[in-house]
Design a protein around this ligand. Structure first.
Ligand code: 13P
Length: 257
């Protein structure tokens, strides 16, 4: 049913020469791997390079943000159509590192989500709570609110062609991943929330976990019923670690047919 998906989020790392080495090392380790879809989300200037090195391979590529607008006088922005020009198939939307640093509102994030879908690019919507919110026990409320703007504006059916990534902010870049149980509990909550309005969309929706995933903890996360793969930051910059994580996903494909 739901094939596992592992997405590399390079964030603002790399240059032409390190990217080439990294992509070649990905391909060496991953070109024979089946049972998992793999995507590299690269910084904008390297989309062309990703396209050149990854076309006709089993690894897709994408970006880490898009403009909410289609075209126009928006200095410094990059549109979905521009991503399409470079063969991108995925885009990360609403990552907490952007949402906080660049004050992205839920409304902006919702518009970007739809903008990507409109042009056939799969949005990877990031949601997740801070440590304070988790300690206060309001994490489900926080994540529900992050989903609600999209659900209330466009309906839950839009999640049929999307990916959601649960990324607790306290787990990003800290080395402190959520446990399989903590992540599963939130993933189940997210799927149930979509299912309340659209069962089919909920069943096909891939929900990734992101936040300090590494080769050691990947299996315990990926075997969970509602965890359909991972969004990987730091470990995606090391081809061996990333390939080991992809391998773990391929071999814990409990939901795939
Ligand atoms: P780390 O894997 O470095 O914790 O980053 C996770 C993340 O933010 C992926 O988008």
């Amino acid at each position: 049913m739901r094939k596992k998906l592992v997405v590399a989020n390079w964030k603002m790392h790399g240059n032409l020469s390190t990217n080439e080495a990294l992509i070649k090392a990905y391909l060496e380790r991953l070109s024979a791997l089946s049972g998992v879809d793999v995507v590299a989300c690269v910084p904008y200037p390297y989309l062309f390079q990703a396209q050149q090195l990854l076309k006709d391979t089993n690894i897709a590529w994408g970006a880490q943000n898009i403009s909410k607008d289609e075209v126009g006088a928006f200095t410094g922005e990059v549109s979905t159509l521009m991503l399409k020009d470079f063969g991108a198939r995925y885009v990360i939307i609403g990552h907490s590192e952007r949402a906080t640093a660049y004050c992205e509102s839920d409304e902006n994030i919702a518009t970007k989500f739809i903008q990507a879908q409109k042009h056939g690019i799969t949005p990877i919507l990031c949601v997740g709570e801070t440590l304070i919110e988790r300690e206060a026990g309001v994490m489900q409320m926080v994540v529900a609110k992050q989903l609600d703007t999209i659900i209330n504006t466009y309906g839950a059916s839009v999640f049929a062609q999307a990916v959601v990534s649960y990324e607790p902010i306290w787990a990003i870049g800290t080395g402190l991943a959520a446990s399989g149980e903590q992540a599963q509990s939130m993933h189940e909550f997210i799927r149930n929330k979509i299912a309340e309005q659209d069962m089919k969309a909920a069943q096909s929706l891939k929900i990734l976990y992101g936040g300090s995933v590494n080769p050691q903890n990947a299996v315990q996360l990926f075997v969970m019923q509602d965890i359909d793969g991972g969004l990987i930051g730091k470990c995606s910059l090391n081809a061996k670690d990333f390939a080991d994580i992809c391998d773990a996903a391929a071999h814990s494909n409990v939901n795939a047919q």
